[in-house]
Design a binder for this molecule. Structure first.
Ligand SMILES: [Ca+2]
Ligand SMILES: [Ca+2]
Ligand SMILES: [Ca+2]
Length: 233
């Protein structure tokens, strides 16, 4: 009998909150998600249903970046010595039984394939509004965070990785999140970042006349080769 009553309560919940457009429980979002940075320690999360990054649990869609005020995206190269702004989109939903959600992000600035505490770029704890045990299941919102850095001069041209994780306040590792290990809720997203050098302002720029001469020379070579081929055939 108790089981039947519970089922009825859940059905009413779906009906009420479905009708007003609030995110109801989506069981498709319960699957385990993993970090996938190549060469780094493992990370995994269950139940992206209550907090995730971006719109979809298991898909890397919650982190964007801008280089020197470019449009936010996931393709811009990071330029050594110049500014990068990272943007994180934390989604919180149905937080009926915990105090806050956590967002943690780290970049392997020294490119040693290990994220440590000195490389954390963001660690936020955001109130759920529900508070512990209140039974308030109607929260569904995005919270956006941004943080800016100058790409360290010590970085090497090549690549590195960013890892971002979210979870509630009380699944494993209560008190402090780390880049590694399994969490009982949330999502982990990994991004490979390309690191490049700024163009050298002292580098000589070819004169337009030099470019024209070079182009004319190349064109001449192509014509000669073509004539030779025609002769042969
Ligand atoms: Ca993932
Ligand atoms: Ca996601
Ligand atoms: Ca490192």
């Amino acid at each position: 009998m108790k089981h039947i009553i519970n089922s009825i309560i859940v059905s009413v919940f779906f009906l009420v909150f479905g009708a007003v457009g609030v995110h109801a429980y989506n069981h498709a979002a319960w699957g385990t998600d993993y970090g996938d940075a190549t060469g780094y320690g493992q990370a995994s999360n269950d139940k992206g249903i209550w907090q995730r990054l971006g719109d979809v649990n298991g898909i890397d869609d919650g982190v964007l970046w801008s280089v020197n005020d470019s449009d936010f995206g996931t393709t811009a190269d990071l330029i050594i010595g110049e500014e990068v702004t990272f943007q994180f989109n934390l989604w919180q939903g149905n937080n009926g039984d915990h105090w806050y959600d956590q967002l943690y992000a780290v970049v392997d600035w020294n490119q040693d394939f290990y994220w440590d505490n000195s490389e954390v770029i963001l660690y936020e704890k955001n109130d759920t509004l529900a508070h512990h045990g209140s039974g308030n299941f109607d929260l569904a919102r995005y919270i956006k965070y941004e943080t800016s850095f100058l790409v360290p001069e010590t970085m090497n041209v090549g690549s590195t990785w960013l890892r971002a994780r979210v979870q509630c306040h009380d699944s494993h590792e209560y008190g402090y999140m780390t880049p590694y290990g399994h969490l009982l809720q949330g999502e982990t997203e990994d991004y490979q970042l390309s690191i490049v050098k700024a163009p050298d302002p002292e580098a000589p720029v070819p004169e337009p006349s030099t470019i024209i001469l070079l182009s004319a020379g190349l064109l001449g070579l192509v014509c000669i080769n073509r004539k030779k081929m025609l002769k042969k055939s």
